[in-house]
Design a binder for this molecule. Structure first.
Ligand SMILES: C[S@@+](CC[C@H](N)C(=O)[O-])C[C@H]1O[C@@H](n2cnc3c(N)ncnc32)[C@H](O)[C@@H]1O
Length: 250
């Protein structure tokens, strides 16, 4: 059934659905949802990310494997007690994974989508993280200005016209606000980088996921904001992250 519906990993998916269903009726309903094209993670209610089970409600962006690279880069920069903000947090997967890797961080998360923030609150609760609904920095406590050690961001970066080419699972079942980065994909990233120097602590870092093709644009956005950018990439995860440090005072 799953194979004929085009599921590439039909056997693995069937096993996951069988172990998640509490009754034959529930299994039948889950199979119906999956064969109708709902992402597996939305059917199960969770995604695997950095070895964690992260709750993902319908419509909320499913954390991608490549974003584990963003977590690894951020973990290398965070120290115990660091103030970490996961901006555009979606399910809160990035912050949750960072907190699991780095005991003792002070974690904040923001997303514009209330459904995403409801998920994030559940996922970062074990780390005593706080999640806010709103536009980028706007809902953060003002006391964090100039104090963020690690600002980690996977903002939407799909160019508007490219959304039509995305797989239906993403295009039809993830919120458009989670995907749409504007004409060149950089609309949200540019707003993130422009305000980052106001919020970063001296010695703090901004980390933004991007694509290999868009990395030069992301680098320009960092440089325009006075951050010193560095591009890091992983062939294994097909992932690219731009990391920026605050320029030292002259
Ligand atoms: C590509 S998804 C990434 C989610 C999560 N960081 C992850 O990696 O799984 C981008 C997220 O940014 C959120 N978003 C888009 N515009 C935003 C804004 N102006 N302020 C806050 N969040 C925003 C979307 O709702 C979505 O959850």
């Amino acid at each position: 059934m799953l194979r004929s519906a085009g599921c590439v990993f039909a056997e693995e998916e069937a096993q996951l659905l069988i172990s998640a269903a509490r009754s034959p009726a529930e299994l039948a309903a889950m199979l119906d949802q999956r064969t109708a094209g709902l992402p597996l993670e939305h059917v199960l209610g969770w995604a695997e990310f950095c070895g964690l089970r992260v709750a993902v409600d319908p419509g909320v962006f499913v954390p991608r494997r490549r974003t584990e690279f963003l977590v690894h880069q951020a973990a290398a920069l965070a120290r115990r007690g660091a103030i970490v903000v996961d901006l555009c947090c979606g399910s809160g997967a990035v912050g949750a994974a960072l907190a699991a890797a780095m005991n003792g961080i002070e974690l904040y998360a923001v997303d514009i989508d209330p459904a995403a923030v409801r998920c994030a609150r559940r996922n970062i609760a074990p780390a005593a993280g706080r999640a806010y609904v709103g536009d980028l920095y706007a809902p953060l406590p003002g006391t964090l200005r100039g104090r963020i050690d690690v600002l980690v961001v996977n903002a939407p970066y799909v160019p508007t016209e490219a959304i039509a080419m995305m797989p239906p699972e993403a295009r039809l079942h993830e919120a458009r606000v989670a995907l749409n980065g504007g004409a060149d994909g950089l609309d949200v990233q540019r707003r993130v980088t422009a305000a980052a120097p106001l919020w970063l602590a001296p010695g703090g870092h901004l980390l933004v996921e991007t694509s290999e093709r868009q990395a030069p644009l992301t680098v320009d956005a960092f440089a325009d904001s006075g951050l010193i950018p560095q591009v890091c990439s992983s062939d294994e995860l097909s992932a690219t992250v731009v990391i920026g440090a605050v320029r030292a005072a002259q």
